[in-house]
Design a protein around this ligand. Structure first.
Ligand code: ZN
Length: 179
């Protein structure tokens, strides 16, 4: 007698990835390479040596911060960290006045929040270049009025390219190297 067992099917790697919470991406992923130069500092005059990595910090009972806070006086210019397009100008209770910028490949979204105001004439679908002035530091949303800062986040967009959905990426390593 001879029984032939069917060969075991390979387990798709994605099955385990989907079922276990994965740590946030810390390295460049497909479509998002920092290349030869770091992202531009999103707050004029800020230095990478002054940045504090607050990505993992708790906000409330269950939420993670998943962003970087860069303190600066109210009205300090906020600059585009990379080339791209202003995808959405949005106001929310938490983020206040905010900008969602897509990179040219539309795989990455950069989020700038708590703005005091937008740069003059800034519009959705506007093409911006690395270092362009897009807004001004403020404390709109749930930021303390006494501590104006830029809340800056990066997330990897899903296939739907929805500006409000994505996988958070820690911006900290991508801003190092700025003088
Ligand atoms: Zn923040």
């Amino acid at each position: 007698m001879r029984s032939v067992a069917p060969p075991a099917l390979p387990t798709p790697e994605t099955a385990s990835i989907e079922n276990t919470p994965s740590p946030p991406a810390r390295t460049p992923f497909e479509g998002f390479s920092i290349g030869r130069e770091p992202l531009a500092m999103p707050v004029e005059g800020a230095k990478s040596a002054d940045l504090r990595d607050s990505f993992e910090e708790k906000r409330g009972a269950t939420r993670r911060h998943e962003a970087l806070d860069i303190p600066a006086p109210r009205g300090t210019p906020v600059l585009a960290v990379a080339d791209g397009t202003v995808e959405k100008l949005f106001t929310s209770k938490q983020g206040g006045l905010a900008i969602y910028q897509f990179d040219p490949s539309r795989t990455v979204c950069y989020y700038y929040a708590h703005l005091d105001r937008y740069a003059e004439g800034l519009q959705e679908k506007q093409v911006v270049r690395r270092g362009d002035r897009i807004g001004y530091v403020g404390s709109t949303g749930d930021a303390s009025e006494k501590a104006p800062h830029l809340h800056f986040a990066i997330f990897q967009l899903g296939p739907e390219k929805q500006w409000w959905v994505g996988t958070p990426v820690n911006p900290y390593p991508f801003l190092l190297g700025n003088k």
